[in-house]
Design a protein around this ligand. Sequence first.
Ligand code: NAD
Length: 256
Amino acid sequence: IRNLKGLVGLVTGGASGLGKATVERFVRQGARVILCDLEKSAGKDVADNLGDNCIFSPTNVTSEADVKKALEIAKDKFGKLDVAVNCAGIGIAFKTYNFNKKLPHNLEDFAEVITVNTVGSFNVIRLSVGLIGENEPDADGQRGVVINTSSVAAFDGQMGQAAYSASKGAIVGMNLPIARDLANQGIRCCTIAPGLFNTPLLASLPEKVQTYLASTIPFPKRLGDPDEYAHIVQTIVENPYLNGEVIRVDGSIRMM
Ligand code: NAD
């Protein structure tokens, strides 16, 4: 695997933000994509705009049945799967963001964030590697790649975001064990830890909070463009020597 052309990817959270930019970059570069998302109309719109090389599969990443269905579509329509990218994610604390309110979580919210962000990502990987493992190995013995999305919040958490930081820290924690577990099958695993990107998730924060956060980024002094995240996904796929890595793409921000 040296470039995206001819590959088949499965991207969760592909209806919006970082996932959408990833789906679009994959198709632009000659890959075919199964777009998985809870949001049916947004997911269908993104896929319809990209033509025959993108198929939307309504998916809750926490559901074994939904993910299996998406994998069946990959196999039936595109014949294989090479890359699985976990971009679906939520941040309950974002809805209640308040600098002065340090522990807004109740147990249900905390568990929901962990279930979607961490358990959901693991679910997609655990099921995808079955299909990826059916590929003929390339010259390196490689069959494919799985990629997770953590966050700088795994390292520098904001007040009021214990659940989100915990869910993203757990994704960092599982990265290397998964890479080691899959090594014998010729499947790599890497994790991306984005800083602050211009997506609907971030736009759900109050504007003054967004402006403040952007002002804390050393360089460039702006939010990240979602395609700058997708570019890292492409780099991971194309470079067989990147494995078990957590890659920050964050304008060198260290959040207080
Ligand atoms: P977004 O809200 O724009 O997109 C997330 C997508 O995931 C949405 O389309 C949503 O419908 C989907 N989704 C949510 N729960 C789902 C579920 N259970 N099953 C399937 N799909 C589901 O968010 P984004 O900013 O593009 O974030 C993408 C990922 O990147 C998330 O994991 C987020 O935590 C992470 N991240 C984002 C930023 C940022 O600055 N935007 C920074 C660090 C990490």
